[in-house]
Every structure is written in C-alpha cells, then in structure tokens.
Design a protein around this ligand. Structure first.
Ligand code: P6P
Length: 310
C-alpha cells in the first residue's frame, strides 16, 4: 500500500533536521483540517453552504460561506494543537498571536472561492515559519496546498524537493502518490487572465504573451491559483498575475499565496519572481501585502524577464 502521510513524515525526519515532533503534529493538524474542509466542499450543494456569507473580508472581497467554514476549521485545529505561536489567515485582518515562540502558520483557507458555486477546483494554501511569519519565503520550514479537484491532493515541500499525496476515501488517508515532483524545464502552456491585457502596466508583458502565442503555446486559466499552479508544477509553463492599473502591486498576497507557491515551484526546479526580484527574497512588511507573481519553468520565466527588461 502507498505510504500514508504521517508515516512519510516519520521517515522524512531522518533527512530533514528541522522536522521535529512539534512540526509533525502541526502538519498533521493542518492536513486533518483539510480533510474536514474537503468533506464540506464535496457536499456543499447539499449543506446549503454555497453562495455568499453576505460580508466582505479584509481584502474587500465577498466572503463565501465555505470560505468562512474553512477558515473556522483551520483556526480550530491550529489553536487546539498548541504548536502555532502566530496564525495569519486571508480572512482575518490581524495576526493571531498565541505565544512567544513556536511555529507560525499563514494560510488561505479556500483559495479560488469564486469557483465554488460552479464546481471548479479550489484549494487551501499554507506556509510555515519558525517564531515569526514576517520572514522571507526562502526561510519557510514547510509550504503546501491541498487542491479539491477530481481528486483531493496534498502537495508539500519541507525544503528537500516536492512531494504529492492523494486522498484515499476508503482509508481516510493522504497516500504518497508523487514521491518527487519536478517541474519540466520548459512547457507549452501559459496561464494569465488576458481580459486584463490592456490594464497590465508592462508593455513588455504584452509582447511576451504575443511571443508565446507565436510559439504555439496553449492558454489555460482556471481562476483558482491552486489549480493553475498545480497544473504548472506538473506540466511546466508559466503562471502570471501581474501588476495592472487596478492592482498596482498585483492581486495575489505574499504571505499565503505567492510565497508558499514560489517555495514549491523553486523546490521543484522552477523560478518565482515579481519581475524585479525573487519572491522568496522579499522581507514582508504587511500581513496582507500583494505582489506581482511570475512563476513556472525556468525557460519561460527567464524569457519573460528578458521581455520585461528589454
Ligand atoms: P482574477 C481567486 O480569487 C484568486 O485569489 C486566485 O486564486 C486566482 O489566481 C485569482 O484570484 C484570479 O483572479 O482577477 O483573474 O479573477
């Protein structure tokens, strides 16, 4: 039988020095929360938890009932396990300070929630640091996401490559299904919301996208970062959410979207940049700060940078 998540962590301890029992407990709590979230997501239409919760979050975005539920489930698990000293959520304005030291967790409880009502893949993203979450992404001790798609998959890095687990409904476990995820050096897919083309602040970006079209690339854009990054991780290519006239620093948040996803992409052999600097080098200044995101295969990201700096 494929290796269950907890058994994988216990064997990984031998080659990952920072993977101690507290971090294992914390990761298990996060994964346990995502199993509960998956259960709600898959029955959403039957539980009258679709639709809007009738409020907007700190981002000014309409909160879906499932967003709120996912947020509550993660908060409950993290508070109860007692291993998180700071907790930050896309849905909460301030950081929850639980204790002076320990692990910090920043998460987007349900990313892509505008897709919930139309049954399109969504996901939970998490990022773990030690003692303070306002550190460069390069210092993450763990980062990952769970994608609620045709199958429920956990993709994670502890700083030594990227592994994938597929949820097995019969055993109720995440089982190791992708022991070593490596990003193809070059792909054939680009992923960007071209409806915003005229608003992009970079003319070089328009030229880059036109270049890819000339190279017969395919466009795939789900509108859920977890789904678009997951496809990029497995198939290669490039995902871009750039700065535009409306979102002058881009739309995606550093702490619980750009940073964990860049960590995974770079651990798998790709690059994550804002167009000016590596995302993993940014020292966070604000809990919900946004950054432009250009992540994917080395070849495409480096080609994009050529067009941006031309
Ligand atoms: P747009 C979902 O709302 C999200 O935060 C990300 O998951 C996704 O990549 C992006 O916004 C989509 O934004 O403007 O293309 O709809």
């Amino acid at each position: 039988m494929a290796v269950p998540f907890t058994a994988y962590l216990l064997t990984a301890k031998e080659e990952i020095p920072h993977l101690d029992d507290d971090l294992i407990l914390l990761l298990n709590e996060i994964v346990s929360a995502t199993k509960e979230i998956a259960g709600k997501v898959r029955k959403a239409g039957l539980l009258s938890i679709l639709g809007s919760a009738g409020k907007t979050n700190v981002q000014g975005e309409e909160v879906q009932k499932l967003d709120e539920l996912a947020n509550e489930i993660l908060l409950e698990n993290l508070k109860n396990c007692g291993k998180a000293c700071q907790i930050a959520s896309e849905e909460i304005e301030d950081c929850l300070v639980v204790s002076e030291s320990g692990y910090t967790v920043a998460f987007d409880p349900l990313d892509g929630s505008s897709n919930i009502d139309v049954n399109v893949s969504i996901g939970t993203i998490f990022s773990i640091h030690k003692d303070s979450l306002m550190k460069p992404g390069r210092e993450q001790l763990a980062a990952g996401y769970v994608i609620y798609g045709p199958s429920t998959m956990l993709v994670m890095s502890l700083g030594k490559g990227v592994v994938g687990f597929t949820f097995d409904p019969e055993s109720g476990n995440f089982l190791l299904s992708h022991p070593e995820i490596k990003l193809p050096e070059k792909g054939k897919i680009y992923s960007i919301n071209e409806a915003n083309r005229d608003k992009w602040t970079s003319e070089g970006l328009r030229k880059f996208i036109d270049y890819l079209k000339g190279e017969k690339y395919t466009l795939r854009y789900v509108g859920s970062m977890v789904a678009d990054v997951h496809r990029t991780l497995l198939k290669g290519g490039i995902f871009v959410y750039p700065a535009d006239k409306k979102n002058t620093n881009g739309k995606l948040r550093l702490l619980y979207e750009a940073s964990p996803m860049s960590f995974l992409i770079e651990q798998a052999g790709g690059i994550g940049t804002t167009g000016r600097e590596r995302i993993l080098d940014i020292v966070p200044e604000d809990l919900h700060q946004r950054v432009p995101v250009i992540i994917g295969s080395k070849w495409e990201v480096e080609k994009c940078l050529e067009f941006l700096h031309f």
